[in-house]
Design a protein around this ligand. Structure first.
Ligand SMILES: [Zn+2]
Length: 274
Protein backbone atom coordinates (compact mmCIF):
# COMPACT_ATOMS: atom_id res chain seq x y z
CA UNK A 1 0.00 0.00 0.00
CA UNK A 2 1.34 3.48 -0.75
CA UNK A 3 2.83 4.96 2.41
CA UNK A 4 3.53 8.55 3.45
CA UNK A 5 6.14 9.39 0.76
CA UNK A 6 4.03 7.95 -2.06
CA UNK A 7 0.83 9.73 -1.03
CA UNK A 8 2.79 12.95 -0.41
CA UNK A 9 4.16 12.68 -3.97
CA UNK A 10 0.68 12.09 -5.40
CA UNK A 11 -0.71 15.10 -3.51
CA UNK A 12 2.14 17.39 -4.60
CA UNK A 13 1.53 16.35 -8.21
CA UNK A 14 -2.27 16.67 -8.32
CA UNK A 15 -2.65 19.72 -6.03
CA UNK A 16 -1.79 22.41 -8.61
CA UNK A 17 -4.09 20.78 -11.18
CA UNK A 18 -7.05 20.65 -8.75
CA UNK A 19 -6.90 23.87 -6.70
CA UNK A 20 -9.82 26.17 -7.55
CA UNK A 21 -11.29 23.69 -10.06
CA UNK A 22 -14.89 22.49 -10.02
CA UNK A 23 -15.91 18.84 -10.36
CA UNK A 24 -18.14 19.04 -13.46
CA UNK A 25 -19.03 15.36 -13.88
CA UNK A 26 -18.45 12.47 -11.48
CA UNK A 27 -18.78 8.74 -12.13
CA UNK A 28 -17.98 5.63 -10.11
CA UNK A 29 -17.53 2.13 -11.58
CA UNK A 30 -17.89 0.10 -8.34
CA UNK A 31 -19.38 0.74 -4.88
CA UNK A 32 -17.04 -1.61 -2.99
CA UNK A 33 -14.38 1.09 -2.50
CA UNK A 34 -16.83 3.38 -0.65
CA UNK A 35 -16.78 3.64 3.16
CA UNK A 36 -19.68 5.23 4.99
CA UNK A 37 -21.15 6.85 1.90
CA UNK A 38 -23.45 5.64 -0.85
CA UNK A 39 -22.73 6.11 -4.54
CA UNK A 40 -25.76 8.40 -4.85
CA UNK A 41 -24.66 10.67 -2.05
CA UNK A 42 -21.02 10.73 -3.18
CA UNK A 43 -21.95 11.76 -6.69
CA UNK A 44 -24.52 14.30 -5.49
CA UNK A 45 -22.09 15.97 -3.08
CA UNK A 46 -19.11 15.99 -5.44
CA UNK A 47 -20.83 17.21 -8.58
CA UNK A 48 -20.43 20.98 -8.78
CA UNK A 49 -18.10 21.06 -5.76
CA UNK A 50 -15.10 23.39 -5.90
CA UNK A 51 -11.69 22.31 -4.62
CA UNK A 52 -10.34 24.66 -1.94
CA UNK A 53 -7.40 22.55 -0.80
CA UNK A 54 -5.59 19.26 -1.41
CA UNK A 55 -3.38 17.80 1.29
CA UNK A 56 -2.06 14.57 2.78
CA UNK A 57 -2.81 13.07 6.20
CA UNK A 58 -1.13 9.74 7.04
CA UNK A 59 -1.60 7.55 3.93
CA UNK A 60 -4.63 9.49 2.70
CA UNK A 61 -4.96 12.09 -0.03
CA UNK A 62 -7.59 14.61 1.09
CA UNK A 63 -9.51 16.83 -1.32
CA UNK A 64 -11.16 19.62 0.61
CA UNK A 65 -14.32 21.34 -0.67
CA UNK A 66 -14.81 23.54 2.40
CA UNK A 67 -17.88 21.92 3.94
CA UNK A 68 -16.87 18.34 3.13
CA UNK A 69 -13.81 16.34 2.20
CA UNK A 70 -13.10 13.42 -0.11
CA UNK A 71 -10.53 11.11 1.44
CA UNK A 72 -8.72 8.70 -0.86
CA UNK A 73 -6.58 5.93 0.58
CA UNK A 74 -4.94 4.38 -2.47
CA UNK A 75 -4.60 0.59 -2.27
CA UNK A 76 -1.66 -1.49 -3.44
CA UNK A 77 -2.85 -1.25 -7.05
CA UNK A 78 -4.35 2.24 -6.76
CA UNK A 79 -3.27 5.46 -8.46
CA UNK A 80 -4.64 8.98 -8.45
CA UNK A 81 -3.73 10.98 -11.55
CA UNK A 82 -4.95 14.15 -13.25
CA UNK A 83 -4.95 13.38 -16.97
CA UNK A 84 -4.54 16.17 -19.52
CA UNK A 85 -6.51 14.34 -22.18
CA UNK A 86 -9.56 12.10 -22.35
CA UNK A 87 -8.77 8.52 -21.33
CA UNK A 88 -8.42 5.88 -24.01
CA UNK A 89 -10.15 2.53 -23.60
CA UNK A 90 -7.12 0.82 -22.02
CA UNK A 91 -6.67 3.64 -19.46
CA UNK A 92 -10.36 3.62 -18.61
CA UNK A 93 -10.44 -0.14 -17.96
CA UNK A 94 -9.68 0.02 -14.21
CA UNK A 95 -10.81 3.58 -13.53
CA UNK A 96 -12.95 3.44 -10.36
CA UNK A 97 -13.65 7.15 -9.83
CA UNK A 98 -13.63 9.52 -12.80
CA UNK A 99 -14.03 13.25 -12.33
CA UNK A 100 -14.24 15.56 -15.30
CA UNK A 101 -12.97 18.97 -14.21
CA UNK A 102 -14.34 22.30 -15.46
CA UNK A 103 -11.21 22.71 -17.65
CA UNK A 104 -11.82 19.32 -19.37
CA UNK A 105 -8.95 17.62 -17.57
CA UNK A 106 -9.83 14.41 -15.75
CA UNK A 107 -9.03 13.26 -12.21
CA UNK A 108 -9.01 9.46 -12.12
CA UNK A 109 -8.72 7.01 -9.25
CA UNK A 110 -7.59 3.79 -10.88
CA UNK A 111 -7.44 0.51 -8.93
CA UNK A 112 -7.17 -2.91 -10.60
CA UNK A 113 -7.89 -4.89 -7.41
CA UNK A 114 -9.95 -2.18 -5.70
CA UNK A 115 -8.11 -2.45 -2.38
CA UNK A 116 -8.21 1.31 -1.85
CA UNK A 117 -11.01 3.23 -0.14
CA UNK A 118 -12.97 6.43 -0.69
CA UNK A 119 -14.61 8.32 2.16
CA UNK A 120 -16.70 11.46 2.21
CA UNK A 121 -16.73 13.35 5.52
CA UNK A 122 -18.13 16.66 6.71
CA UNK A 123 -16.06 18.94 8.96
CA UNK A 124 -17.01 17.19 12.18
CA UNK A 125 -16.54 13.73 10.68
CA UNK A 126 -13.09 14.73 9.50
CA UNK A 127 -12.15 16.17 12.89
CA UNK A 128 -13.04 12.85 14.52
CA UNK A 129 -11.29 10.84 11.84
CA UNK A 130 -8.00 12.72 11.99
CA UNK A 131 -8.01 12.84 15.81
CA UNK A 132 -7.83 9.03 15.86
CA UNK A 133 -4.59 9.02 13.81
CA UNK A 134 -1.19 9.54 15.44
CA UNK A 135 1.26 12.39 14.83
CA UNK A 136 2.75 13.16 11.42
CA UNK A 137 6.41 12.10 11.57
CA UNK A 138 7.58 15.08 9.50
CA UNK A 139 5.77 17.70 11.60
CA UNK A 140 8.02 19.81 13.85
CA UNK A 141 5.90 18.75 16.85
CA UNK A 142 6.93 15.12 16.41
CA UNK A 143 9.90 14.74 18.74
CA UNK A 144 11.99 11.77 19.95
CA UNK A 145 10.18 12.16 23.29
CA UNK A 146 6.79 11.85 21.60
CA UNK A 147 7.95 8.70 19.79
CA UNK A 148 9.31 7.42 23.10
CA UNK A 149 5.94 7.93 24.80
CA UNK A 150 4.17 5.80 22.18
CA UNK A 151 6.82 3.07 22.30
CA UNK A 152 7.23 3.06 26.07
CA UNK A 153 3.60 2.06 26.68
CA UNK A 154 3.77 -1.05 24.51
CA UNK A 155 5.02 -4.59 24.93
CA UNK A 156 4.50 -5.27 21.23
CA UNK A 157 7.32 -5.49 18.71
CA UNK A 158 8.72 -2.05 17.87
CA UNK A 159 7.99 -2.62 14.16
CA UNK A 160 4.31 -3.21 14.90
CA UNK A 161 4.04 -0.06 16.99
CA UNK A 162 5.64 2.28 14.44
CA UNK A 163 3.33 0.87 11.74
CA UNK A 164 0.24 1.33 13.92
CA UNK A 165 -1.53 4.44 12.60
CA UNK A 166 -2.83 5.22 16.11
CA UNK A 167 0.74 5.93 17.23
CA UNK A 168 2.43 7.20 14.09
CA UNK A 169 0.93 8.36 10.79
CA UNK A 170 1.98 7.15 7.37
CA UNK A 171 4.64 4.52 8.10
CA UNK A 172 4.00 1.09 6.55
CA UNK A 173 6.03 -2.03 5.91
CA UNK A 174 8.65 -0.61 3.54
CA UNK A 175 9.69 2.38 5.63
CA UNK A 176 9.41 0.55 8.96
CA UNK A 177 11.89 -2.07 7.70
CA UNK A 178 14.26 0.59 6.36
CA UNK A 179 14.11 2.86 9.43
CA UNK A 180 14.74 -0.01 11.88
CA UNK A 181 17.74 -1.19 9.85
CA UNK A 182 19.17 2.33 9.64
CA UNK A 183 18.69 2.79 13.39
CA UNK A 184 20.27 -0.61 14.17
CA UNK A 185 17.18 -1.83 16.04
CA UNK A 186 15.85 -5.42 15.94
CA UNK A 187 12.27 -5.15 14.52
CA UNK A 188 10.98 -7.80 16.95
CA UNK A 189 12.30 -6.05 20.07
CA UNK A 190 9.50 -5.14 22.54
CA UNK A 191 8.85 -1.42 22.03
CA UNK A 192 8.87 -0.72 25.78
CA UNK A 193 12.45 -1.96 26.09
CA UNK A 194 13.89 0.76 23.87
CA UNK A 195 16.04 3.39 25.59
CA UNK A 196 15.90 7.18 25.05
CA UNK A 197 18.98 6.93 22.79
CA UNK A 198 17.11 4.35 20.65
CA UNK A 199 14.14 6.74 20.45
CA UNK A 200 16.44 9.51 19.23
CA UNK A 201 18.07 7.30 16.59
CA UNK A 202 14.81 5.79 15.36
CA UNK A 203 13.12 9.21 15.26
CA UNK A 204 15.98 10.65 13.21
CA UNK A 205 16.07 7.69 10.79
CA UNK A 206 12.28 7.62 10.25
CA UNK A 207 12.38 11.29 9.29
CA UNK A 208 15.51 11.06 7.18
CA UNK A 209 14.23 8.08 5.20
CA UNK A 210 10.73 9.49 4.64
CA UNK A 211 12.25 12.77 3.41
CA UNK A 212 14.68 10.95 1.09
CA UNK A 213 11.82 8.84 -0.27
CA UNK A 214 9.72 11.95 -0.97
CA UNK A 215 12.72 13.48 -2.78
CA UNK A 216 12.77 10.31 -4.96
CA UNK A 217 8.98 10.49 -5.60
CA UNK A 218 8.36 7.36 -3.52
CA UNK A 219 9.05 3.65 -4.00
CA UNK A 220 7.67 1.76 -7.00
CA UNK A 221 7.95 -1.96 -6.33
CA UNK A 222 5.01 -2.88 -8.56
CA UNK A 223 2.04 -0.66 -9.18
CA UNK A 224 2.60 2.63 -7.40
CA UNK A 225 2.56 5.67 -9.70
CA UNK A 226 2.96 9.36 -8.90
CA UNK A 227 0.20 11.91 -9.50
CA UNK A 228 1.52 12.33 -13.06
CA UNK A 229 1.51 8.58 -13.74
CA UNK A 230 5.30 8.10 -13.46
CA UNK A 231 7.28 5.63 -11.34
CA UNK A 232 9.07 6.63 -8.14
CA UNK A 233 12.77 5.80 -7.71
CA UNK A 234 13.39 5.15 -4.01
CA UNK A 235 13.34 1.38 -4.71
CA UNK A 236 16.94 1.92 -5.89
CA UNK A 237 17.92 3.05 -2.39
CA UNK A 238 16.23 0.37 -0.28
CA UNK A 239 18.73 -1.41 1.97
CA UNK A 240 16.58 -4.22 3.41
CA UNK A 241 13.00 -4.24 2.05
CA UNK A 242 12.77 -6.93 -0.67
CA UNK A 243 16.38 -8.06 -0.05
CA UNK A 244 15.83 -11.18 2.10
CA UNK A 245 18.73 -13.63 1.59
CA UNK A 246 20.96 -10.98 0.02
CA UNK A 247 24.10 -9.64 1.72
CA UNK A 248 23.71 -6.78 4.19
CA UNK A 249 25.03 -3.61 2.56
CA UNK A 250 26.76 -2.67 5.80
CA UNK A 251 28.39 -5.94 7.02
CA UNK A 252 27.86 -8.56 4.30
CA UNK A 253 25.83 -10.97 6.50
CA UNK A 254 22.89 -12.66 4.73
CA UNK A 255 19.74 -10.66 5.52
CA UNK A 256 17.10 -12.65 7.40
CA UNK A 257 13.36 -12.62 6.68
CA UNK A 258 10.44 -13.40 8.98
CA UNK A 259 6.65 -13.24 8.92
CA UNK A 260 6.36 -13.81 12.66
CA UNK A 261 6.08 -10.15 13.75
CA UNK A 262 3.02 -8.92 11.87
CA UNK A 263 2.35 -11.41 9.03
CA UNK A 264 4.16 -9.02 6.68
CA UNK A 265 7.67 -9.68 5.41
CA UNK A 266 10.21 -8.24 7.80
CA UNK A 267 13.81 -8.21 6.56
CA UNK A 268 16.68 -7.46 8.91
CA UNK A 269 20.34 -8.08 9.68
CA UNK A 270 21.12 -10.24 12.73
CA UNK A 271 24.47 -8.53 13.12
CA UNK A 272 23.61 -4.86 12.56
CA UNK A 273 20.29 -4.81 14.44
CA UNK A 274 19.88 -5.67 18.10
ZN1 LIG B 1 24.55 -6.14 8.65
Amino acid sequence: MPELPEVETIVRDIRPALLGRTFAKVSLSHDDVLRGVTRRRLIRRLTGAKVVDVFRRAKHAVIDFGDHRLIVQPGMTGSLVVHRHALDREQAKYAVLRVLLDNRRELVYDDVRRLGTLLLLDRLGWARYTAAIGPEPLDPGFTPERLGEALGKSRQAVKKVIMDQKYLAGVGNIYANEALFAAGIDPSKPAGKLKPEDHRRLHAEIRRILQAAIASNGTTVRDYRTGTGDEGSFQLELLVYGREGEPCRRCGTRLAGTHAIDARTTVFCHRCQS
